[in-house]
Design a protein around this ligand. Structure first.
Ligand code: AR6
Length: 169
């Protein structure tokens, strides 16, 4: 059974087996968590992402899917890159956001990762409303059968932390 924990802070400072990155389909970096992970993790992560683009992921990573690379200099073994959906307003398809959590856990299980840190996927540049994103994140992790022992949601600010805390009460 997977235990859910919450931390307010910077995901690049966590000691875990796998850190999940809220990437974009290019896999070649960006702002937000993605920028922070590549900055602190160093060039080894981008080098592996480029190899993925040159092999199985020629067109990039599809929204809702996940793929792992080294974690470079982070205090983790792997970064699991996933691409969240962009908020399109009310009626946006939340199944793609749920898929990010499910697919990341599937990849984590394949790697035998026991501890996995997630950011609040899609709630920054991709604009998904925090309360709804927190609900989808927690519900999906709860409903997913995984061998992962700990899912740690790492929330950047108090607003995000409170939204997730509301979901695990
Ligand atoms: N640790 C934990 N959470 C963070 C950190 C951090 N160091 N930095 C930001 N957050 P975002 P998205 C929070 O924009 O919405 C990138 O350019 C942030 O406050 O990183 O999925 C990618 O390349 C927010 O709550 O990801 C894509 O193009 C959450 O992480 C695009 O942004 C997610 O914000 C992905 O957008």
């Amino acid at each position: 059974m997977t235990t859910i924990t919450l931390v307010q802070g910077d995901i690049t400072r966590q000691s875990v087996d796998a850190v999940v990155n809220a990437a974009n389909s290019s896999l070649l970096g960006g702002g937000g968590v993605d920028g922070a992970i590549h900055r602190r993790g160093g060039p080894a992560i981008l080098a592996e992402c480029r190899k993925l683009r040159a092999s199985h992921y020629g067109k990039g990573l599809v929204t809702g899917r996940a793929v792992a690379t080294t974690a470079g200099e982070l205090d983790a073994q792997w970064v699991i890159h996933t691409v969240g959906p962009v908020w399109q307003g009310p009626g946006s398809d939340s199944s793609l956001l749920a898929s990010c959590y499910r697919e990341s856990l599937r990849v984590a299980d394949e790697l035998s990762a026991r501890t996995v840190a997630f950011p609040a996927i899609s709630t920054g540049v991709f604009r998904w409303p925090m309360e709804e994103a927190a609900h989808i994140a927690v519900e999906t992790v709860r409903d997913t059968e995984a061998a992962v022992e700990e899912v740690r949601f790492v929330l950047f600010d108090e607003r995000a932390y409170k939204a997730f805390a509301e979901q695990i009460r």
